[in-house]
Design a protein around this ligand. Structure first.
Ligand code: C5P
Length: 232
């Protein structure tokens, strides 16, 4: 699996998304469609982006009882996406059900990864609000082990945790890492962040980059900078 940059297309309409992708002139970046765009434009935007030749990470972060997640994944498996995800906090049983629902009758399926802890969550919130006393790194590693035991392909995590996850779950277990910022840019609401080059050094397999590209004056140039720094 090659390293790649995934652009988080956090827009609220199909028009805006397609116009944004028009700016990449011939390039077909790997695209993430998350809740905002999916809730606004539905499965049609997934089909439209796929028809243009992009790979798609459908980031809907499912988290419900196992039966509901299994059935929802079965519906999503009919969309020709490349990667989907769940919250590891939904438990191993839920992740196993997700995998079962996602697998098509012919045995094929998109990659399935699990969110460990959101990269916007800090240590204080983990301890004081979620009442988890362990250190973030241990919580993330433990959630990743559960995801691996359930048969998933990898996790979404902070780039700062990618090295530890590969230590614990092996080099083939994918680390997909948001929380990436250029050294000279705003952090926005992300807390556990690094640069594209930092993510490469730590061993992320995919970086997910949203606002540093979507809000850039020249998004295609910002994307090219990410690819140069991360893929090399
Ligand atoms: O704009 P920014 O680069 O912060 O976008 C990061 C993207 O990754 C957003 O779409 C966000 O929902 C997603 N994400 C995240 N942290 C996670 C999982 C997903 O930031 N743990």
């Amino acid at each position: 699996m090659g390293k790649d940059v995934i652009i988080a297309c956090d827009f609220d309409s199909a028009e805006q998304t397609l116009a944004f992708l028009d700016g990449f002139e011939g390039k077909k970046p790997f695209v993430k469609i998350g809740m905002e765009l999916y809730y606004a434009a539905g499965p049609d935007i997934v089909r439209a982006v796929k028809e243009r030749g992009h790979r798609i990470f459908l980031d809907l972060k499912l988290h419900d009882i196992p039966n509901t997640v299994k059935k929802a994944m079965s519906v999503l498996s009919r969309l020709d996406v490349d990667m989907v995800n769940v919250h590891a906090a939904g438990t191993r049983a839920m992740m196993e059900a997700a995998l079962e629902g996602l697998t098509r009758p012919d045995g094929t399926r998109p990659l399935l990864i699990a969110v460990t802890q959101l990269t916007s969550t800090g240590d204080g919130q983990l301890r004081d609000e979620l009442l988890i006393p362990q250190a973030m790194e241990e919580v993330v590693a433990s959630y990743a082990k559960n995801a691996k035991a359930a048969g998933l392909d990898g996790v979404v995590c902070s780039p700062l945790e990618a090295g530890r996850i590969h230590e614990v779950c092996g080099p083939e277990f994918l680390t997909v890492t948001p929380g990436v910022r250029f050294a000279d840019a705003a952090k926005d609401d992300q807390t556990r962040i690094t640069t594209p080059a930092g993510a490469k050094a730590i061993g992320s397999d995919y970086i997910v980059v949203g606002r540093p590209i979507t809000k850039a004056e020249d998004p295609a140039a910002a994307y090219a900078r990410c690819v140069a720094d991360f893929v090399g």
